[in-house]
Design a protein around this ligand. Structure first.
Ligand SMILES: [Zn+2]
Ligand SMILES: [Zn+2]
Ligand SMILES: [Zn+2]
Length: 249
């Protein structure tokens, strides 16, 4: 947190240094069919910290981008992906719900409605609306409608893995979609209630109801020191941290 001297912000534990929420789903090449092999790395959200995250984790390709929603911390790194356009020599498909697509078009007008003579490089992106499950790299992705305060946004499921960031409620109609999830990444902002994010207790409840074997909390604020918080969480539940790599089926 800018201008904060709390124990977490001054911590020397690298797991307490948290950049904005985002994940990269790398599809195992032996899984993808010959036809679908072109898509390997699927980025979820283009966080404000995208450039630093891509450098820190040596992300060499981004073949597709999924958006959970259009809040600033999840979209403001979008311009940085033009480096991948240059490396890959192709446009990058971006998939999002209707509201997020509209927000992206407005927020990044210079990308989606550029002037006739642009004065600098702009990302080459193609937008697609998510209307249900879709396939990328030979793998099925299932959008999971969740609530972020009053706002409906998307989580994503791939096989037995689900990513539910920025979640304050899982609506009744989405519970069947998360049945059988074994590895879960879910929002747990802090212990004090928040209007648009799960608390630690609420995230523990959701994880237990889903029945995940492994749960990782994300979108964590500086109220939660990594080591101390993990020590008080139930078995199978821990805080995620920047650079965490999970192998999922
Ligand atoms: Zn702090
Ligand atoms: Zn948000
Ligand atoms: Zn957020």
């Amino acid at each position: 947190m800018i201008a904060c001297d709390c124990a977490v912000c001054r911590s020397t534990d690298p797991r307490d240094r948290r950049t904005r929420p985002s994940i990269l789903i790398e599809i195992a090449t032996d899984r993808a069919s010959a036809i679908a092999r072109a898509v390997k790395n699927v980025l979820v959200d283009t966080s404000t910290d995208l450039r630093a995250q891509a450098l820190a984790n040596n992300v060499r390709r981004v073949d597709a981008i999924l958006f959970t929603h259009s809040h600033a911390d999840h979209v403001m790194g979008l311009d940085e992906v033009r480096r991948y356009n240059a490396v890959q020599r192709s446009a990058i498909p971006c998939l999002a719900d209707e509201q997020t697509l509209a927000d992206l078009r407005r927020t990044f007008e210079y990308i989606f409605d550029p002037p006739p003579t642009p004065s600098g490089g702009i990302p080459q992106l193609s937008l697609f609306r998510i209307g249900g499950p879709f396939s990328l790299g030979g793998v099925e992705f299932v959008p999971i409608p969740i609530l972020h305060g009053q706002r409906p946004i998307l989580g994503f499921r791939v096989g037995a893995f689900a990513y539910l960031t920025d979640c304050s409620r899982i609506p009744d109609s989405s519970w069947p979609l998360v049945r059988g999830v074994r590895t879960l990444v879910i929002d747990a902002l802090r212990d004090r209630p928040h209007p648009t994010h799960f608390t630690v207790a609420e995230a523990i409840d959701a994880s237990a109801r889903i029945g995940a074997e492994r749960t990782y909390f994300t979108h964590i604020c500086h109220d939660l020191p990594h080591a101390e918080t993990c020590a008080r969480l139930p078995a199978g539940v821990e805080l995620a941290y920047d650079g965490l790599i999970l192998e999922v089926s």
